[in-house]
Design a protein around this ligand. Sequence first.
Ligand code: ATR
Length: 281
Amino acid sequence: MTLRKYGIIGFPLSHSFSPKIHNQAFADLKISAHYEKIEIPPKQFNPKIETLKKESWSGFNVTVPYKTAIIPYLDKLDEAAKHIGAVNTIRVLDYGKWQGFNTDYKGFLKPIDAFKGALKTCLVLGAGGAARAVSIGIVSGLAAQELTIANRTLKKAEELTGRLLSNQTLKCYPCQIEAIPAGQFDLIVNTTSVGMGAREKQNILDVRPFAHSKTLVYDLIYNPSETQFLKTARQTGLKTLNGLPMLVYQAEEAFSIWTGKRFPDKLLSFFLNPLYHHPLS
Ligand code: ATR
């Protein structure tokens, strides 16, 4: 049986957890496939993608900072990826063409499915690629009435709300992070990288003035498992969620796009268990 090759394209990838998720699922289902990191420094992006296109790969994940940059190399895009303007999953079709998908917005929605009817007013922090997927998730999957997009750079928040407004009746407001209008939101989501890596000690926003007792505070960051943003919220008594379930659910979706098979349930519970991600495990 030939070994099918999958990989994650991004930079840096040292902390990527995706190879563990997919290789374990391939092993459990006895699929002859291997998933590896393809770390590409920005200057080498174009030639490396050209090389990958000539090799025999079956699929890829794409992560920061290439989710938009990869689009010119794709032969087909699914509707969600087109709408979001970012791709995190590629399926290589039998005749070698690359088809792009975005599974991030589904991964974002799945962990909050039980709350969806209650999340009417939403605040998204950031206006980059991750914010786009989150905003499309909010627009398409929640019964939200208001969406405020707050970003360091106002212009990018305006561009994103403009994009969302094109065929929606939901009210969208752009603003700068320092100028979020007074009010309490049902859902507050951090999509920026503030709180990880070199900015681990920083907090993108003190949510307390913008929260009521039932506000759900969601950070897409999963490493560290609790950012300052989430810690303040938890210590105030708010419900909090980190980015780990989103990571696992987007992987589940990518896995079935590639293999046509369901990601094993047992493995899903295993990877969703925060104990597995504990530094001592
Ligand atoms: P991603 O695909 O992960 O969303 P991105 O497209 O580069 O990455 O977007 C990063 C987001 O984090 C942007 O909203 C960015 O704000 P700007 O548009 O003003 O650049 C935000 N961001 C990054 N560093 C930040 C910082 N130190 N303070 C506030 N926002 C920051």
